[in-house]
Design a protein around this ligand. Structure first.
Ligand code: GLU
Length: 493
């Protein structure tokens, strides 16, 4: 069976950071488009101008590109169905609102915010759900015409049929049946002439020939309104897919701002830009994200390319997914192990540079095999590798004292180790490790005591990549200087 190319879109509002939910919606939309040989479109839904945040649009575009979700059409790329920013499509929405009014599916509404508020208060008093009371629904056509001619500010509301039911079909949830009397005549064009989401998104999805609408399940509430609007125009409906919600890590309740702040304290975030800074990789983030809502095995390791091969909208699931940051660590670490040495070197270099360290590329390539297995996030390279690029390290004096020994005894050991190393023309690990092991043997000390002092002297820390391999990379002169420095510290204690 030949598959029809899908046109999908990611349609964020530029009101804040690109977050996990958005990234997952974008990913699934991207996968479907690529799987079917179609197109993935970025549309910026900026009609709620009061909520627009400067820089948010750029962050969305940068975030998508960082994640590897290159869009085929979008505000900065153009395309056949542009413009791709809704504030630049004003005239298109006004034309469509007019069509609905002419066909009797919508009407001008002159109610002021104060009047609407009063109605709302009264409905609340009567314990009714707030809804538009229909004041302007049946105004006589000449009255409407006159008030418009007089320049009275007005919105346009969609006229929901009073009787019957609306059956809206979601690909994951089946038919959703709503009694029309539960629905509200919502504003589709505001007094400033800009549309609300309900009109703008329906018009754009049609005009941009979107075949599959994937969006968050927060839109399920207005979904019946949306299908009514599409049907009022007489358009074919796209396949509607409302994705699952994310729950907080405990699984109890939706992810909130407070949870997000708590996650940040533990070195995690739900915002893509933070994830990048925290050292997560696009591969790790996408793999993690993909599995929250897609019914493949929970531990499948996949790149976006491999996901394209396996993707199907039939395997998406509507069940809520609890965010599990430990899994993010797992996928991130797993992908880090799959990068080539050169690729990983290029990815971690900026984290060293960010710390003000001068990175020598040949050294960087050499340390990758030593630290790779220890990295969960890319910025872990600092704890495991900064000492390679520092002029000198500053060990904590306490750490230089070996277990069961005092400062004087530890200094004696350091001095003996210095002599052994100094006598060598080079400090390759093949040469040094046996010599120092022999010294451990004959001295009656244990390996941890001797190597512990040396490790702290050389790396400035108690945990490090393999010591002798590290020393070889650091080089004889610097190693000797660092051991000398450690002796000096011990002697002062
Ligand atoms: N602009 C809407 C939002 O950010 C998009 C919903 C949709 O994808 O249709 O929530």
């Amino acid at each position: 069976m030949s598959i029809k190319p899908a046109r999908t879109r990611f349609a964020p509002s530029p009101t804040g950071h690109l977050h996990l939910g958005g990234a997952r919606t974008a990913l699934y939309a991207y996968l479907l488009a690529k799987k079917t040989g179609g197109q993935f479109i970025l549309r910026i839904e900026d009609t709620d101008t009061k909520r627009t945040v400067p820089g948010a649009e750029q962050e969305i575009m940068d975030g998508l590109r960082w994640l590897g979700l290159e869009y085929d059409e979008g505000p900065d790329l153009g395309g056949q169905h542009g413009p791709y920013r809704q504030t630049e499509r004003r005239e298109i929405y006004q034309r469509h609102a007019k069509i609905l009014v002419e066909r009797g599916h919508a009407y001008p509404c002159f109610c002021t915010p104060d009047q609407l508020e009063k109605v709302r208060q009264e409905q609340m008093k009567r314990k009714e759900n707030p809804h538009y009371d229909g004041t302007c629904r049946n105004l006589a056509p000449d009255e409407t015409a006159k008030r418009i001619a007089d320049g009275e500010p007005h919105t346009i509301r969609f006229k929901i049929p009073h009787d019957g039911v609306t059956v809206a079909h979601d690909h994951l949830r089946g038919d959703i049946v709503t009694e029309n009397k539960q629905l509200n005549d919502q504003v589709i064009l505001k007094t400033d002439g800009l549309p609300t989401y309900h009109l703008a998104a329906m018009v754009d999805d049609h005009e941009m020939q979107i075949t599959h609408v994937m969006r968050g399940s927060e839109w399920l509430g207005t979904f019946p309104l949306h299908v009514n609007i599409v049907r009022a125009f007489g358009w074919d409906e796209p396949t509607w897919i409302h994705l699952s919600v994310f729950l907080k890590p405990s699984g109890k309740g939706k992810m909130s701002k407070r949870e997000a702040a708590a996650a940040m304290k533990d070195g995690y975030s739900i915002f893509i830009k933070d994830m990048q800074e925290l050292g997560f990789t696009p591969e790790g983030v996408m793999n993690w994200c993909a599995l929250m809502g897609w019914g493949v095995a929970e531990d499948d390791v996949m790149t976006v390319g491999q996901m394209i091969d396996r993707f199907s909208i039939d395997s998406l699931t509507p069940s809520p997914a609890a965010i599990n940051f430990q899994k993010l660590d797992h996928f991130n670490a797993t992908h880090i192990r799959l990068f080539t040495t050169e690729d990983l070197a290029a990815r971690i270099k900026p984290y060293f540079t960010r710390e003000g360290l001068l990175v020598k590329d040949d050294v960087l390539l050499k340390i990758i095999p030593l630290i790779r297995e220890r990295l969960t996030t890319l910025d872990d390279c600092i704890s495991f590798g900064a000492f390679f690029f520092k002029e000198d390290v500053t060990p904590n004096s306490e750490d230089l004292i070996a277990k069961g020994l005092d400062a004087r005894q530890s200094a004696d050991i350091a001095r003996r180790v210095y002599q052994i190393l100094e006598a060598q023309p080079d400090i390759s690990h093949e040469r040094c490790e046996p010599l120092l092991r022999a010294y451990v043997e004959e001295s009656g000390l244990n390996v941890n005591q001797v190597f512990g002092i040396l490790r702290v002297a050389i790396t400035g820390q108690k945990v490090s990549p393999p010591l002798f391999e590290s020393m070889e990379i650091i080089g004889r002169d610097v190693c000797l200087r660092r051991v000398q420095n450690a002796i000096g510290i011990l002697e002062k204690l």
